[in-house]
Design a protein around this ligand. Structure first.
Ligand code: PEP
Ligand code: MG
Length: 327
């Protein structure tokens, strides 16, 4: 297994006809950064920074800067996408999150917390900017449902940046992107694509909100369907809008590492997939065994289907044997 991992690490995540798909890792703890390159990742597509906040009292600006710098140094020169605090929902952060909400996933969470607790948010942005001198940082805002929120987050980012520059700190350019995780984002995706340097689709939340299926509720787990035509069409719309503006699209939800979903996402034109490091090797094998032209045709076919069941039947018929053969 270890040897195979090593062998795969050398191989490019490229389809038979030469389409390169960037494979990045999702991490939750800074020390995970120490090993992601061994798994064959060429960057970090999602560092869930809220895990730093799972303790009593928020981490100081210096502590945060140190944690971010650790990750950036380990990965240099590869890119690291650090997502700003995504507290709330199922990730309650003591001292910050509200604990008595009827619908926490749709409540006071994520960017909403950051925009009303600007002290916290600016401290994180300052820490990120300070750390940006240590490697290749990209900053990403989660759960943005309106352009106003995105503009306000960007304004605060600029404010922190200007302040540091005025203090004489030299800063490299940092790309700023946002997650696409709510249907409103997809409906207004053209305008949003003009405002950011990249998109990252959070399919865990996007599926939850598109299908109105609580991602943590086991009673309806079978309804949480990544291949629902509504979800696939949302991804397609997002990719097309991004590419019209010349920005890349990543998918960083669980869906990116399911073998059949990987093929659909690649076929839809997604540029990057970010996933748990353990899935990267398998994903690379799958990408290396198909033609881009073929998965593009598959994506066009399934986009026209009207139920998840027909999509799944079609995908299994076409690719399951290949995936089983790959082991
Ligand atoms: C997502 O929603 O798909 C995502 C990657 O973010 P999280 O799972 O942390 O909500
Ligand atoms: Mg999410």
């Amino acid at each position: 297994q270890k040897q195979e991992l090593f062998m795969m690490r050398q191989l490019e995540p490229m389809t038979l006809d030469g389409k390169y798909i960037t494979l990045h890792a999702n991490i939750e703890l800074p020390m995970e950064a120490d090993t992601v390159l061994d798994f064959g990742a060429t960057g970090i597509g999602l560092y869930r920074s809220e895990f730093l906040f799972f303790r009593k009292g928020a981490p100081s600006c210096e502590e945060q800067a140190q944690a971010y710098a650790h990750i950036l140094k380990k990965l240099e020169p590869h890119p690291v996408v650090i997502r700003t605090l995504d507290a709330g929902g199922d990730k309650l952060v003591s001292d910050i999150s509200a604990t008595d909400e009827a619908n926490p996933f749709m409540g006071w969470r994520s960017i909403r917390v950051c925009l009303s607790r600007k002290d916290l948010f600016k401290e994180q942005l300052r820490a990120l900017l300070l750390a940006s001198r240590e490697g290749h940082l990209r900053i990403m805002f989660p759960m943005i449902s309106s352009l106003d929120e995105l503009r306000e987050a960007k304004r605060l980012y600029q404010e922190c940046r200007t302040q540091l520059l005025n203090e004489g700190v030299e800063l490299p350019k940092v790309k700023v992107g946002c997650m696409i995780e709510v249907p409103a984002a997809v409906m207004m995706v053209d305008a949003r694509a003009k405002e950011v340097d990249f998109f990252s689709i959070g399919t865990n939340d996007l599926i939850q909100f598109t299908l109105a299926v609580d991602r943590t509720n086991e009673l309806i787990a079978n309804m949480f369907e990544p291949h629902h035509p509504a979800v696939l069409n949302m991804i397609d719309r997002t990719v097309r809008a991004a590419h019209r503006e010349g920005i890349p699209v990543c998918v960083c939800g669980e869906m990116s590492s399911d073998p059949l979903s990987t093929l659909v996402l690649v076929g839809l034109g997604v540029d990057e997939l970010s996933m748990t490091p353990w899935s990267i090797m398998e994903c690379k094998k799958i990408i290396r065994s198909v033609n881009y032209e073929d998965v593009k045709a598959t994506a066009r076919t399934v986009l026209k289907m009207d139920t998840a069941e027909s999509v799944n039947r079609y995908l299994r018929q076409k690719y399951l044997q290949m995936i089983i053969d790959l082991g």
